[in-house]
Design a protein around this ligand. Sequence first.
Ligand code: ADE
Length: 245
Amino acid sequence: MAAWRSLVLTLFPEMFPGPLGFSLAGKALERGLWALDVLDIRDFARDKHRSVDDAPFGGGAGMVMRPDVVDAALAAAAERWQQDQGVGAEASVVYLSPRGRLLTQDLARELAAGPGVTLLCGRYEGVDQRVLETREVFEVSVGDYVLSGGEPAALVLMDAVVRLLPGVMGNEGSPGEESFGAEGFEGLLEYPLYTRPAVWQGRPVPEVLTSGHHEQVRQWRRAQAEEITKTRRPDLWARYTKGQR
Ligand code: ADE
């Protein structure tokens, strides 16, 4: 099977691969476990000023990305997909936006299971609504806050997906097996971690961790993960306890 591929449409192509050129994702990129292409949206501007945006109809602050320019960029992206992955290959087109479906581990898993994504990064106030509709764009948000553009959100999405791809974390298993949260405790937040020195600034690590009793360690970690989830994220805790029933 061809490697998972992301094709990013942006006004700032230099932002990629950025942090994804390092560490785990960077090594996986070098090894061809995933592929990254970037198209500069400005290359699809048609007027002599190469303008990509204009004032919003109805008035208001800021500028809106033009539908004709974005449409031409998306058409080029679709063509690139066909060339690289073969006729009929189709990646979902994701527009990074605070209005979108919240990026969760489940969504990252869904995207990792597909052939890849085209990621449309907006700047200014956003993209003309019509092109989002005609191109059947799927909107994804990385959280309930507003970024100055879609690029950091696209990097977040790719990072979450790439680490799930077979071979990237040393796991050859399917992405579906990757859990959210604490190692071995699906749906719970991470328990506290400790390493050497065993005593640091007068603070010893919890005794159970140096006891060599694997089952006791497991129980302690589970209790910690449950307590942290309960107090910090009642929403995750509610879902977890519902799933246990
Ligand atoms: N663009 C601006 N803010 C965003 C967010 N929270 N998620 C995704 N894309 C965005």
